[in-house]
Write a protein that binds this ligand. Structure first.
Ligand code: DX5
Ligand code: ZN
Length: 220
């Protein structure tokens, strides 16, 4: 298996000095920018929207991995793409016609991701998994950074790996919430490909070094 990817979450960056944090990610060993968009309806919080994402995109030198925590995301796919998204992830719980939504994302030329809340079983993806480029397993309840990692996530990763293998399809498994060097090795061993990290990176004394440490973790 190839080296895992690190996606620092901009939600934990300094919003009054975003350019500094974007440059840190550019210069670090990070692979993607993780961009959390919230609407105050799907999740009980509001983060930032597309004008801020466009400002980030102007300086970012790595792909924008956009996590839409919004209801009825179909309304915003075009502007999301136009704002610089390379990967667009929608929530399973927010999409009545998920197959159609994923097709619309791909039609825009983006990679299509599906996020699952902690309570949503992996088995619900059985009849859509062939159409998914990335599954984001939420390891906290979405809406806030800095929450405690939910241990159940490990078995969901293994189950998702098995489901994908069963259907001979490949996808990236991304873990979002409460990730740091204490659980990264176990997540990789379970089958994770992409680690999102917000507070662990941005509240550390040396964020660039912290990204390097996350990138250097071995499965264990
Ligand atoms: C939570 C967001 C996460 C968040 C992770 O709703 O989807 O991406 O930024 O933050 P940490 O790494 O602090 O748990
Ligand atoms: Zn996220």
């Amino acid at each position: 298996s190839q080296k895992h990817l690190i996606a620092p979450s901009i939600l934990a960056a300094d919003f009054a000095d975003l350019k500094k944090d974007i440059q840190m990610v550019n210069e670090s060993e990070a692979d993607w920018f993780h961009i959390d968009i919230m609407d105050g309806v799907f999740v009980p919080n509001i983060s930032f929207g597309f004008p801020v994402m466009q400002a980030i995109a102007k300086h970012a030198k790595k792909p924008l991995d956009v996590h839409l925590m919004i209801v009825d995301p179909d309304r915003y796919l075009q502007i999301c793409k136009d704002s610089g998204a390379e990967i667009i992830t929608v929530h399973y719980e927010a999409c009545t016609h998920l197959h159609r939504t994923l097709a619309a994302i791909k039609e825009l030329g983006c990679k299509a991701g599906v996020a699952l809340n902690p309570h949503t079983p992996v088995s619900l993806l059985k009849d859509i998994i062939q159409d998914i480029d990335l599954v984001c397993l939420m390891s906290v309840n979405p809406g806030f950074g800095g929450q405690k990692f939910i241990e159940r996530t490990y078995s969901k990763i293994k189950e998702l790996r098995a489901l994908a293998a069963d259907q001979n399809t490949d996808l990236l498994i991304e873990i979002d919430g409460g990730v740091g060097t204490s659980n990264a090795g176990k997540l990789l061993a379970a089958g994770a490909d992409v680690l999102v990290a917000g507070s662990f990176v941005f509240t550390s004394a040396n964020p660039m070094e912290t990204v390097k440490e996350l990138k250097a973790v071995n499965p264990n």
